[in-house]
Design a protein around this ligand. Sequence first.
Ligand SMILES: *[C@@H]1O[C@H](CO)[C@@H](O)[C@H](O)[C@H]1NC(C)=O
Ligand SMILES: *[C@@H]1O[C@H](CO)[C@@H](O)[C@H](O)[C@H]1NC(C)=O
Ligand SMILES: *[C@@H]1O[C@H](CO)[C@@H](O)[C@H](O)[C@H]1NC(C)=O
Length: 523
Amino acid sequence: MEKLRYVLFCVVLSLCTCDAYKILVVFANPNPSHGILGDNMVKHLLSAGHEVTYITPYIETLKNKTKAHLVDVGNTHKILEVAKDILDLKQILEGTVESPDFKLMFELVSTIGDMTLSNPNVQKLLRDPKQKFDVIIAEFMFNELFSTFSAVYQCPYIWFSTIEPNWIALHLVSDPMNPAYNSDYLHGRIPPFSFKERVEELWTQIKGLYHYNFNFYNAEEAIYQKHVVPILKEQGKPVPDYNVLKYNASLMLGNTNVAIGNAMPLPPSYKHIGGYHIDEEVKSLPEDLKKIMDNANNGVIYFSMGSNLKSKELPDELKNGLLEVFGGLQQTVLWKFEENLPNKPKNVHIVQWAPQQSILAHHNLKLFVTHGGLLSLTEAVHFGVPLIVIPVFADQFLNANQAKNKGIAERVDLSYNLDKNLKVALDKVLGNFSKYSARAKEVSAAYHDNPMRPGVALNFWVEHVVRTRGAPHLRSVALQVPLYQQAYLDLLAVILAVAVVILLAVRKIISLLTVKNMKLKKN
Ligand SMILES: *[C@@H]1O[C@H](CO)[C@@H](O)[C@H](O)[C@H]1NC(C)=O
Ligand SMILES: *[C@@H]1O[C@H](CO)[C@@H](O)[C@H](O)[C@H]1NC(C)=O
Ligand SMILES: *[C@@H]1O[C@H](CO)[C@@H](O)[C@H](O)[C@H]1NC(C)=O
């Protein structure tokens, strides 16, 4: 009896020492794929036994389905009214969209930050004196406003970056990345760069850093002063400088895996956890889809542009052109699209809802035609599937170029000739399928060959930050060195000054000598 009690005591003790932490997770961006990333991050943290409070605009789908405490920021959906011009398919097809400039992007993301911090639900959370957190994880969306949560809860915070490592994100935890071989994510270039490209990349960073450090900084600071500083004062907490807070992250978790992106030098505080959103166990397909895929003797091509290619914006001739191209293929085509099209060829199936991971996992799946969002690209690599990428916006061009560069994809651009160009790409990939397929399997093997699965790595690094009180040992020393010193602009100034002094001295000596000469001649 005594022994049993001892055993029970030990069991209880071991349960208590499994270090459950209180974690605040902030994903305010009203974009479905960001919602997927947030939901799955919360799922992993909960399954490790942590207590999670989750700020999200997608509360409806989670209600009664999660143990997390949900904080609703559904008001951020309003930003989509402002942003709708950015994703105008007609303009994209005509090739008349200009890539969004810094200022517009910044206005959008800082408005989302403002909407989040001023949201009554968030204000209530911030003002609640009983709320305590061990660590905060916030999605980095090109503004640093969510770093201010850490001043209220006086705990470490972690950035989560949704796209490939880029200078805007990285300069917060180390230095801006070397523009000689790191492209801006909107340019999407693959090194090596030409002279002109290198200069353009440098200029983009100089211009961007100027905006971030001066114009945007003041706008963000004002939002911090308005919505967070009064709370700090009320609660008698110190009011840190915004400039200190924004560079004080303990870690940056990246939705990336080096096998998918470019191998670039990264600071010790950057950790790859890309692929954590993919279920460990593949869910079985619904009966009708399973039958279609099982019976596809020549393989299946899965075509999904996510929500990027809305049927009401796609011209009829292009819809018919695509059907004609697909009809000419031997393979079965699964097209995820919102409307069922008339006159479909026999081998084409249109589905409104598609369990993408289960489709990609099917043994008959040959090829994935996608917009190239990083989630879709990661899923394709996870399951070793070659791709044709039709990038539409943001980082999709970069993803397309990287996948092509790795030999696992071809890229096709969105235009009124999409059907014809897609046919050329399909012929190219299917005509040499074993080459693309073998590369896809190779890249997939490298992606999977890691000491920790991404979901495990996510929990490990978050817990590491709490255990080591903010992981100061991972903090890049580059943050202590101002940019002008990193670029040796001070040395350049000294050299220029010395050169000027020497020049002046030489001129003086020459003029003295010539004056003397003239005097001598006169005499
Ligand atoms: C969630 O649970 C609450 C009570 O626990 C209930 O009132 C509510 O109807 C449920 N909502 C949904 C969407 O099931
Ligand atoms: C297939 O790939 C090989 C090697 O890259 C190339 O030589 C050949 O031309 C390709 N064939 C087709 C049909 O594209
Ligand atoms: C910066 O982060 C460290 C480690 O988490 C923490 O100890 C420190 O208080 C933070 N500084 C500010 C101003 O928040």
